[in-house]
Design a protein around this ligand. Structure first.
Ligand code: PGA
Length: 249
């Protein structure tokens, strides 16, 4: 199965960053595209612009949102909903990223966001991971995050349309820190996440488990060999570094 590389620009990027995006598109040649899927999550303000460029160049680069609100529409000043991301050209949405959870998003909201993403026909990228202080209880912590995020609701959203689900294992202590678990540890955690998720989602779900947290061109090959792909923060802001990670797939 080909790997997936997802870049998360976080709160970085202005109209002037279009040049970086164009370099990414230019570098994502058919040879690279044959080896791995590439998706980029720019800030919401750039999504529609990037989407027009992708269309104009018929590029296979996919776009995603960095989060979506747990409601589809309404009086939620400053928020972006899953249908809005879809409308702006996204086909993915990150949900439950550690930096959103740190801003106060709880498991129940992450669950509703995931269902919103599926309802809007976006592939959810569910982010889970333990904080430094929770490392000794990692298994228990991940099980709780997964069970709560993947709970189905007895509502109109109960039957998800999307049959693809991506889970990103991102230890909070590894994000932006330059430190990370060993590739063997990452492989074992991703395997156990896959086993658990299989018991929580419909059997025809296409599940991929990625790793995120300080992924760089230097460590990408080992991590990609141990996972279905990577979620990349800092290194995705530079076209050459992001493409070097794609090359490591
Ligand atoms: P990083 O971020 O690659 O800069 O550590 C990863 C993430 O937050 O998804």
């Amino acid at each position: 199965m080909s790997k997936i590389v997802i870049g998360n620009w976080k709160m970085n990027g202005l109209q002037s960053s279009v040049a970086i995006f164009r370099s990414i598109l230019e570098g994502y040649t058919p040879e690279r595209a044959a080896k791995s899927e590439l998706a980029l999550c720019p800030p919401a303000t750039l999504l529609a612009t990037f989407s027009s460029i992708v269309a104009e160049q018929s590029s296979p680069v996919l776009l995603g949102g960095q989060s979506c609100h747990h409601h589809a529409v309404g009086s939620f000043t400053g928020s972006v909903s899953a249908p809005m991301l879809k409308d702006a050209g996204a086909s993915f949405a990150l949900v439950g990223h550690a930096e959103r959870r740190a801003e106060g998003e709880d498991d129940e909201q992450v669950n509703a966001q995931l269902l919103q993403a599926q309802e809007a026909d976006l592939t959810p990228v569910l982010c889970v991971g333990e904080r430094q202080a929770e490392r000794a209880q990692r298994q228990h912590h991940l099980e709780r995050q997964l069970t709560r995020a993947l709970a189905s609701k007895p509502s109109s959203l109960a039957a998800p349309r999307a049959s693809r689900l991506i889970v990103a294992y991102e230890p909070v202590w590894a994000i932006g820190s330059g430190t990370m678990p060993s590739a063997a540890e990452i492989a074992s955690v991703c395997r156990s996440i896959a086993e658990q998720v299989q018991g929580l989602v419909p059997s025809d779900t296409r599940l991929e488990v990625l790793y995120g947290g300080s992924v760089s061109p230097a460590n990408a090959a080992d991590i990609l060999a141990a996972t279905d792909g990577v979620l990349v923060g800092g290194a995705s802001l530079d076209a050459a570094r992001l493409l070097a990670i794609v090359d490591a797939a």
